[in-house]
Structure formats: C-alpha cells, structure tokens
Write a protein that binds this ligand. Structure first.
Ligand code: MCN
Length: 747
C-alpha cells in the first residue's frame, strides 16, 4: 500500500506554516549573540527605531521569564534558560532581542541596526574542560554539572575475577536533526484566545506549555500543526515560539517567523554530544561478565532534554547481551554551545555505538570473530521477557535469529574470503566488514495516546488521533488500521491530526511510539465503534443485540440466521442522520501499554578504504530490523531506509563543531555534511517480524531503528578495514582526513 499523502507532497500541494497567508502579520527576526559567552553591557536601538514600522523587544521590554526544563529531569531552576537573554549570553545563537517589522526583509535589515555592546567572557565548549569548572556558565552554581547520577552502589570490585578487560572511549559526536523544513511559527491573539500555527511534533504538549508560559487557561490556547516537513526529534515548542506568541498578544497583530537554514543550524537543539568511557570484562572463553560506564553528556548552554537523555543510554547499556554486572555513572555538563536534546534515536544510539565497539574490542582480546563473540553473549530467545542489569524489561526478541538472517543474506563467509584476498595485496583498497546487533526502546517513557473514530452521514470514518506525522505516513498506516477493523475501504477513512481544537488530547510523535500507542488507540476506538454500532443496528432492525453479527470483511451488520437482513455502515449512518442521532456513532479510546517495546535487529556494512587517502566508500548495507508485526511493509521499509541514511551519516559524514572562539563551524549545508542519495549504496533490507504481546497490534516502533543499528556497523567496518594497519580507535565521522591521520599515527 503506497503512502496516500505523497501525491500531495510531491505535487507541491502540502501546506506548511510558511505557506499560510496572513496579510496583516508582522515579521519577526531574532537578534542572536555572535559570542559564545559574553556580558551584555548595553543595547543601542535608536538607529533601528528610526526605520519606520519597526519595533524591538529585549528582555527588559517583556515580562517573559525562563523556559523551565521538564520537571522529571530534576534540574536546578537557577540554570533555566531565559527566553530572552538579559545580562549574559551563553552560546553563539542565544537570543538578545527580537525585531518586528511589516515585512520579512525589513525585519532582517532592522535587526542589523541593533547595536549590542558585548563584553566577551572566557568560554568553554569542550565537555571535559567544562567539567573542570574553570569557566562557569552560572557562577552562583559553582559548577557546570547540571545533573549527576552516580551508580546506586559503587563496586570497586566490579571487574574483579574478569580474566580479560578491554576499555576505551566512544564519542558520539554532536549532530543536527536537519529537517528540510526549518522551524516556522505564526501566532495570533484574538478575542482573548491565542492561536499558534507551529511546525512541531507535539501540538498538544505545546498547547500546555504555551498556556504555562503566558499564563493562559487551556481553553484559551489553540495549536495547529499543518504539514510538517520533517522533525527528526528536533521540533516541539521552543523559546522562539514562546516569544512569538507573547508578541502576538502584546501587539494585537499576527506575528510570524520562519528561520533560515543557518539559524536552524545554530539555534535548534542539537543531538548526541556524548562521550562514554567504558570497561568491559569477561572470561577468556568470551563470556562478558561486567561493564562499567562513565557517561559524559554535553547539555549545551542551558539544560533541557539533552541533560536527561543519558538516562536512556544507561537503560539500554546491556543491549542484546546478558551482562550480569553493569555500573554506570552519568554526568550532564553545561558548555557554551547550542543546547542539546533529542535527535533521531535520542540517547539510545549512544548505547549501541558504545556497546558494539566494546564487544568488538573484547572479542579481539579473546581472539574471537565478531560473530562468535556476539553469539556467546546474546540474551537467549527463550529468556524473554527479560530484565537486564540496568532494569530494562525486554518484551520479546530473537537476536541470534536476526544475526543468522543477516549473515545469510550478506554471505558473510564469502565476504571474509574476499577481505583476506585484498589483505594479501597492500596496494588494494582494503575491505572492512562491520557488524552491529542492536535492541532499542520505543515508547520508552511508557505513555498513553488518544484516538477517536466518528462516522459521517455517508458512512465514511474520521479518525482523530493524538499522534502527529512529520513524514512518517500516519495518514496511510493509521487509516489502514481503522479500515481493517471497520471493514471499510481505505478511501473511506480520513485521518485528522495536529489541531488541538479538533483532537481532544494527545501526546504527539517521538520515541517511535505512535503506532504502538496511537495506532492501538485507533484500533480500540474502531472496535468500540463496532460494538456501539451493533446496538444501534439492532434497534434499527428490531433485533436483539446478542443476535447481531459484524462482517468485518464488508463492514456490514446482520442478524444471526438471517444474513439477508442487515445494514452497512452507510445504511446505518443514513438512518441515524435522518433521526438526528448521527453523533451517537462515534467512539474514543485512550490506549496505555503496560510497558515499552524493544525492537531489535542486526546490520552489516561493507566499506572500501583507500589507505593512501583515507577515503571511505560504503559498498553494501544489509539490514534486518524487527519491529514486531508490521502495519505497512512499504512504509516500514521507507522508515528503515531513512534511518539507515541518518545512521550512516553519523558514522561517515556529519558533525557539528565549534572553533577555538566558540563559533559554530557548521552553520550551513556546505560545512554540515548531510549526505544525499548519491552517497548511499542500495540497501538490502531483510524482513523479520516478532510480534510483541504488549499491544493488540503486536507492533513495536521502527522510526529510529535503522539509525541505531547502522552507525556502529559502519564505524566497525572502517575499523575492520584498518585493523591490519594497527588502527584500533577512530572517532566518528570516520572518513577522509580523520582516517588518513589515524593511519599515519599507527604507522
Ligand atoms: N509502522 C508500521 N509497522 C510497525 C511500526 C511502524 O507499519 N510495526 C509504520 C507506522 O505506522 C508509521 C511509521 O512506520 O507510519 C513509523 O511508525 P513508528 O515506528 O511508530 O514511529 P512514529 O510514527 O512514532 O515516528 C517517530 C520516529 C522518530 S522518533 C523520528 S526521530 C523520525 C522517524 O519516526 N522522524 C522522522 N521517522 C521520520 N520520518 C520522516 N519522514 N520524518 C521524520 O521527521
């Protein structure tokens, strides 16, 4: 089944926030700090205000306070981010003022005229240096550490008794989510009510936070998310949106803002930025017994979700392996950089990247092939449900099965033979074969989702879902779920999402949770509607409800023993509509699962490395991804493809960095190397379905799986190619100059 939404997108008929026509709207441009760390000594606005029709607002002109971090993280409120910086800026991109004008061009020109007197301060962009606390972002705190979670009980003897111990550091570099549509916001305040059109993943949560920020009751706020051109974890209510909404109320005019690509690359939260020191120990026969981790998270200038994400890394630290003893210390630290937060995978890729490197190093120490060392440590197929030493309760899995399928498809033995042949000729481009076997958590914080199904007078169904699609294809897959339960053709199902006035409640889309909870809610609401309709049909047909049967292949209600007597959905809707009772033909459900789900898979990458230049070419990418029962194989494969691209990109291309002065070094798509289709081989995707017992669909999430598995497979492949040269460590992105330098160093 092809995606129903694609013709709209492909023909340019999508409607994004920037497409909304509001002729009377003021345009906003943010004035952002060019300094990583500075005092604001003064702001001179006379020249700017000389331009007709311009207004400027600094912290002192607003009554906006701080943007609180989510309460569950446990951050000291003294570190919360002011919506507008008042006395100090803490990263290049911090907002100092916002300028309004009648056109976008005018507001950009006017913003250039604001003269801000900055007194630069010493800055720190390196997380280990920030930990030392020589430069402090909040002096009153006396530290840059915003969150520290030591192990429950430190065991100095954790690795005692291990015959072999391997150690290292995995740096998961800073990444940009890089949605093709940057952030965009329009706000209007009319008759005491705020409407905000937002490019977001989470309309209902944004409505709640906007109400809190502006002191508005819930019924005074409406959030509408029209089409959204990608989020990848990066989108949700941000400080800019709070300011735009405040300005709409203040000025009484609609206010709009669409960021530029460069603004997006310095101001939207960034992902990963984690370093993990690991020690892995076990027996000489290759059985892992203990793992000790020290996780250092760069939270950026102000702590938010980024500070929390290493908790998910810790949860997933055992991966697909049965490791009896695991000890983890988490420290999140502030630096003078863009704040961090979720980017596709959000905390879980780091765990897999570390573990799949650690298991390789351990395997090398005990002279086992990468396949064999993994096999000796897998959680066995029969062991599920399985609780890891870190407390993750895995629902179901078959890791050995995934690896077997992968190796068969890739023809592993033959690949190793080809590699050996290349190694006999040092002038040849060397072949690297990299593996990863992963498990990840979806719906990780165990949420509920809302769904309602209503019948129209013509017998068509409308699903209102609290999930939100930024490109995942819910208009197709959620409609399939409803069509299947109601026995209606897909064309008769409409999926409505993203408007908080129309959809009663919701949590949105992230953590690959939509299908398992939003899809299950859609299913339960559909089933509820069928039960209701049975009663209504029984009334109409003057039969007992116990005698009604529903034929889900045709969407028809009939009386037992009298198959000729029956009503289709449209018959029933027509009758109820005529009686003014159509609204009775609707049902809703809130679906909460008992626990998260744990999709898993195995990936294999083949790279060719030119050992003279360091150039790396990815030749093959084979992927087995098991997300339980699949609703739509084509959509799921598309999700895997996108995920693989993102995962490969981290291994080989993408990195956000800061120069010695704390300037962002990658504020455009020339220097931030997001790859395109030409950089990727054809993917070889192998299907595998292990339905989960956790929800009625048997579905787990698939939106991030490809990303999580691919990065370590490709990273391992590059190191595998370089192994004969003595290279044992290389940071990502592992290609080009970095590979060349590693080779030189080893020589
Ligand atoms: N699906 C399926 N069978 C399953 C699981 C999923 O057919 N067993 C289908 C779903 O019905 C849905 C799609 O695959 O159409 C993804 O579903 P799911 O895994 O439930 O993930 P979500 O819908 O919750 O999407 C979130 C996930 C995340 S966290 C990021 S980040 C990400 C991703 O999806 N961002 C994306 N994929 C993206 N794809 C696009 N195009 N744009 C983004 O911003």
């Amino acid at each position: 089944m092809r995606r129903r939404e694609d013709p709209r997108f492909l023909r340019g008929q999508g409607c994004y926030v920037d497409d909304l026509k509001l002729p009377d709207a003021l345009h906003a441009t943010f004035v952002r700090s060019p300094w990583a760390h500075a005092e604001i000594a003064g702001i001179e606005r006379a020249e700017l205000l000389a331009l007709p029709g311009t207004q400027v607002f600094t912290a002192g002109d607003t009554d906006l306070g701080v943007n609180p971090a989510p309460p569950f993280i446990g951050i000291d409120p003294r570190m919360f981010r002011p919506l507008l910086a008042s006395r100090r800026v803490r990263f290049a991109g911090d907002i100092v003022a916002v300028v309004l004008a009648e056109s976008r061009e005018q507001s950009i020109d006017a913003a250039e005229l604001l003269a801000v007197d900055y007194r630069p301060l010493p800055h720190v962009t390196d997380v280990r240096a920030a930990l030392r606390g020589e430069v402090l972002l909040f002096e009153e705190m006396g530290t840059n550490v915003c969150l520290h979670r030591p192990p429950e009980a430190t065991d100095e003897h954790l690795l005692d008794g291990c015959e072999v111990v391997a150690s290292g550091t995995l740096t998961s570099q800073r990444l940009a989510a890089c949605p093709i549509e940057p952030r965009a916001t329009v706000a209007r305040f009319e008759d005491g009510r705020l409407t905000v059109w937002l490019s977001t993943q989470t309309p209902h949560q944004d409505k709640m936070v906007l109400g809190m920020l502006l002191g508005l009751e819930a019924d005074r706020v409406r959030v509408v998310a029209p089409d959204v051109g990608g989020g990848f974890g990066g989108k949700g209510l941000d400080v800019e949106d709070g300011i735009i909404a405040w300005l709409a109320r203040k000025t009484g005019r609609a206010v709009r803002w669409t960021e530029t690509r460069s603004e997006n690359l310095v101001a939207m939260h960034q992902g990963r930025a984690q370093q993990i020191d690991f020690e892995i120990g076990g027996t000489r026969t290759g059985k892992v017994q203990a793992l000790r981790l020290r996780i250092l998270q760069d939270a950026g200038a102000y702590p938010g979700l980024g500070a929390f994400l290493p908790n998910l890394t810790a949860l997933m630290a055992s991966g697909v392996y049965a490791i009896p003893r695991i000890e983890i210390d988490i420290t999140s630290v502030l630096t003078n950089t863009t704040p961090t937060g979720p980017v596709r995978g959000a905390g879980r890729p780091e765990a897999t990247q570390m573990l799949e490197r650690a298991i390789e190093l351990f395997g090398a120490e005990v002279s086992l092939d990468p396949v064999e060392v993994r096999r000796r440590n897998f959680i066995a197929r029969e062991a599920f449900p399985f609780t890891t030493a870190t407390g993750a309760k895995y629902d179901c899995g078959d890791y050995a099965g995934a690896l077997d399928r992968l190796l068969e498809r890739a023809d592993y033995e033959q690949l190793r033979e080809e590699q050996a042949a290349r190694r006999r000729d040092p002038s040849a481009r060397q072949l690297g074969i990299g593996l990863s076997v992963y498990v990840e958590v979806t719906n990780g914080i165990d949420e509920a989702e809302f769904g309602a199904v209503e019948m129209t007078a013509t017998g068509e169904a409308v699903l209102k879902t609290g999930s939100f699609s930024q490109g995942q294809g819910h208009e197709t897959t959620f409609a399939q779920i409803v069509a299947d339960r109601l026995g209606l053709p897909l064309e008769k199902i409409t999926v409505v999402k993203g408007d908080t006035d129309v959809v009663a409640r919701g949590t949105g889309t992230y953590g690959s949770k939509s299908t398992q909870i939003g899809g299950s809610a859609a299913r339960e609401a559909s089933d509820g509607l069928v039960e209701l309709a049975k009663e209504l049909a029984a009334d109409e047909l003057e039969a007992g409800v116990e005698d009604m049967v529903f034929d889900s292949s045709r969407g028809r209600f009939a009386v037992v023993g009298a198959p000729g007597v029956g009503l289709t959905w449209s018959d029933l809707a027509e009758r109820l509509d005529a009686a003014g009772r159509l609204q009775e033909l609707s049902a809703e459900a809130d679906f909460a699962a008992e626990q998260p789900t744990f999709p898993f898979g195995a990936h294999l990458a083949v790279v060719e490395v030119d050992t003279e230049t360091g150039s790396v070419e990815l030749k093959r990418m084979v992927a087995v991804d098991d997300a339980g029962r699949i609703i739509n194989p084509l959509v799921a494969a598309g999700q895997v493809h996108g995920g693989l691209a993102a995962g490969i990109a981290q291994a080989l291309y993408e990195e956000l960095s800061f120069d010695a002065d704390g300037n962002p070094a990658n504020a455009n798509l020339i220097s931030y190397c997001i790859p395109g289709a030409t950089e990727f081989p054809f993917y070889e995707v192998v299907e595998m379905e292990t339905p989960t017992p956790v929800n009625p669909l048997g579905a787990k999430g698939i939106g991030e799986s490809g990303t999580i598995g691919a990065t370590p497979a490709v990273h391992n492949a590059v190191l595998d190619a370089l192994a004969p040269l003595g290279v044992t460590h290389i940071d990502m992105p592992a290609s080009g100059e970095r590979v060349w330098r590693a080779i030189q160093a080893a020589r």
